[in-house]
Structure formats: structure tokens, C-alpha cells
Design a protein around this ligand. Sequence first.
Ligand code: ATP
Ligand code: MG
Length: 559
Amino acid sequence: MNSNDKNMSAESAIIQSNFIHNIIDEDLKKGTYGQKVYTRFPPEPNGYLHIGHAKSICLNFGTAIKYNGKCNLRFDDTNPVKEEVEYVESIKEDVKWLGFEWDELLFASDYFEEMYQLAVKLIKKDKAYVCELTPEQMREYRGNFDTPGKDSPYRNRPIEESLNLFEKMRTGEFAEGQMTLRAKIDMASPNMNMRDPALYRIVHASHHRTGDAWCIYPMYDYAHPLEDAIEGITHSICTLEFEAHRPFYDWVLIETEWNNPPKQIEFARLEMTNMVMSKRYLKKLVDEKLVQGWDDPRMSTISGLRRRGYTPSSIRTFAEKIGVSKANSEVDISLLEHCIREDLKLTAHRKMAVLDPLKLVITNYPEGEVEYLDAENNSENPELGNRKIPFTKELYIERDDFMENPPSKYYRLFPGNEVRLRNAYFVKCEEVIKDDAGNIVEVRCTYDPETKSGTGFTGRKVKGTIHWVSATHNVKASVRLYDYLFVKSENDEEGYVYNANSLKVLDECYLEKSFEDAKKDDKYQFNRHGYFVVDTKDTTENHLVFNRIVSLKDSFNKK
Ligand code: ATP
Ligand code: MG
């Protein structure tokens, strides 16, 4: 196992110790599985992966790296109705992008025959039976937390009869819902999962890999332990909601008679503020076209975060920082944002971009002159070098960097005031030009050639520095600003509602000339505005589209 991400050092791959690693350390000491550590990441290909899955990927693959073990990518494709090849491909891409390589790429459907044979074995041991209760009757017989269940009238049918019916289920003689194969355990068990759970159901649907070879499909709880055991997994890591399923996980492996069966270990799933972690819900957003697609930059999907400009290392760092525990909690999204800021802080070039332009004309600057001013690419990282920025008579500044009637403590441009143009000169506002409707369309200034940046001018000081872009030597672009896709709501039962105002598109933005070289997926800091990425989908040869990854203000440390 290794990594295909240049940012991934051996150190960052090795995740910090956690309670799962303590269990593994014990097993290694006792030699439970010899010196073997074998994990797997087992997604169901019924949607795109989200940041919660990234936690599980980092944990499973990271654990294998830490112990010099192995980790498989296994598709848990036991539900033909919801699964698609598109999802399989996207999942592979996401795991690779996060920087991990699987040892083996496997599909639960590869084991359908073996699982079937093991079910036959259970019937022969009188540990399973074919039941003809309807789904409603089944629910009724199951009882609830307060009342024990009742035995199905089919529970004690002869073994031969069950064998015969199970075979006919396989050959397609029955309709969906007509019969199930059930484990014979204990209808009075206080654990509902042990009340003769279903092992197989009839589904007359084509499977994305096995086609029409099967019309019975194993239930997740029966299939999963077998998949783990067949692959020789040692530690089967899953989320907390499966804790109550563990006795059944163990039952399956004991009754199908495995030596050294794998061990299921549960951890708390990732929940985050302003993010939804349910494939079902994310799919709904896609289907109802409330977002552009699974990779909409506002989505909690890995493909959405990638398009938003998140780096693999920022997500791995995030997974590391949140840690692994048994206690459910909600992680504040500001932690994820903190991780990408930290990642880009010293690597992204910092440049000027005007998102809401207002024309500024320097009346005493020569017409037609272009001066190339020197600027550092990243003031905190001299290694990124310098660049030249064209300075001209006509410029754009940010509309809100000018006010005609400013309040006190406004230090930017207003009539009669002098400010520094970043990397350039002091300018003083002399005149405001308005259109017939009274809108400000231009500000006229004079500049002082003595005040050029980098010349050590100390004659006088100004309180404000604003950014600018030449109005004649620039790159025009579109910029998308995002708000969270979900906002907190006291009224909604889920605590969140969809935010219809989560996307703002600015189509008249002017960027420094040096953006001419920008390529898809390049990441920058726009001075004062935040971090931005060149969108990989909507950018064309002639038009750059940027997504704001995150603003500059870090609220994480305060929280
Ligand atoms: P969803 O409810 O979003 O469909 P799932 O659990 O059904 O998620 P799977 O494809 O079955 O999705 O998940 C693959 C693996 O990822 C499982 O081991 C699962 O426990 C883990 N996983 C899913 N969601 C989270 C989460 N929010 N935090 C941590 N791990 C998760
Ligand atoms: Mg699932």
C-alpha cells in the first residue's frame, strides 16, 4: 500500500492512535490473527461518497498503512435496485484522489454462489428456514422492545422442505415478497436483530454485474460478515448504528464455521454542521435539480469538495483532527475550512481580483503608459517568488472600497481622502462622476509618483490600502460565491433547511493580467476575498470561472 498524492508524507498517512488501534495492538500481542491486520472500505454503490465516507476511508486505509497491513475496496452490491456502474466508477476515483490505493478491488456479488452454499449449510444444520409470512405478518410476529416475538408457523417445517423451497426461490418460481429465508435464532431475544432475521429475499431485478443470474439476494447483515470472512479481513470497522447487529454478525460467522473470524468494531459516524451526510438525501437534491449535480461545489460529496477546491491533504488532515471515538457528536464545519486554509496558506499565490468593479481614473497619470510593478506572490513564502503587475491610468477598484459619504472610521477611499493602492502608489480622490440616475460610475484621483511601493517612501502615512486591477490590462472572469447549502432552522424537524440563496454568480470580475496562465483546478488567494479555484467543468478556453473555496476569516480558533 502506498500513496499517489505528492502531498502525502508517510507521517500524515499514519493516523494517530485511537481506541480501534488499542484493540488491534491487543490482537497483535495475543496473535489473534497472527501479525496480520486486514481492513476494508465497503461502500454500497448507490450514490457518490461524502465527507463522512472520507472519515471511514482515512480510518480503514490509514490503519492498514500504520500496521503495514492491507485494505480492500469492496463494493457491497447486494441491492440491485439502487446500484449503478456510474457510482462504482465515482467511488474508485474518490478513493484514489484521497491518496489511497486498495490492495484488492472486490465485489460482494462475486461471492453470491458461496453465500448461497453457506445458506444451504445453515438450513441443513437446522439454523435457517424458508418462511412464507407476508412482510406485514412478519412485522407483527416480530414483536417489539417490550413484547417478545412469536414463532413463525413455518419455523419448524422439515429441513428437506426448506431446502427444496430455497432452491425454487433461486430458480425464480416465486414472486417478490412471497418467501424469505430466515435464520433460526430466538424470537424472544431482547435484541430485535436476533429474532430470526431474514437472510435472503426475492428481488426480480437485473444486477449491474450479475445481470439476471440471480433473483434472490442476500440481506446486508448476512452478507457483510461473510464478505469479511471470505476476504480474510481481521478488523471490520463500521459505524455505531451496527453495534446492535454485532451479535448477529458473530452468529453468522460461528454458524458458518470460520476459523479466526473477523471482529466488528464500531465508531461514531461523522456528523457536521451545515452538511448533510446521507446519500439518499443528497440523491434527492440531485434528482430534484436543487444542485448542479453530485459534484456541485456546495455538496458534502467528495467530488463536490474536490470541485470546490479542497485538496486531498486538507481532508485527510481534517479526518485526523476529528479523531475516532464511540461518542456521537457534531463537528463544526469551520474545522474543515480551517484545514483547507492551512493547506493553501503557504502554497497559493496571492493576487488581486476585483469582484464588483468601480472605475478609477488617475488624472495626472500619462495616457497610454503601462508600468510593470513588482509584487510578491506570497508574502509569507518568499520561495514563491515575484511577479509584475501592469499599472495604468484607468483602473478598477472594489465598489465598496469607495464611499461618497463615509461614516467615521472608514479608512478607504472617499472624496478628499488618500489611500495606498496595493503594490503601487498613493491616490487621492478628487472627483466623483455619476450617471443620470445618480449612480456612481467613476472616481477620479491624482497620484503621487513619490509614493511608489518598495521605494521606502516615508513622507506621510495613509490609513487604508485597497486592491485594484488595470482596466485595460486584465483578465475578465466569472466568480461564484457560496453560502452553506443548509442553514440551521428551529422549525424543521431535521434541524436544517435547504438554503435557496446559497449561490451567487458574479459575471463581471476583473483579475490581474497574470491570471492569463491560470489552468483548471489551480488555486489562488484573491487578496482580501479568500481562496478560489478555477472550476474544472465550466471553465472554457476563453473564459475562466472561479469557485470560492473559503473566505479568509477563520472562525475556527474562536470556537
Ligand atoms: P449513507 O447513509 O450516506 O448512504 P451508508 O452508511 O449507507 O451511508 P455505505 O456505502 O454503506 O453508506 O458506507 C460505506 C462505509 O462508510 C460504511 O462502513 C459506513 O459505516 C461508512 N460511513 C458512511 N457514512 C459515514 C459517516 N457519516 N461517518 C463515518 N463513516 C461513514
Ligand atoms: Mg448503506
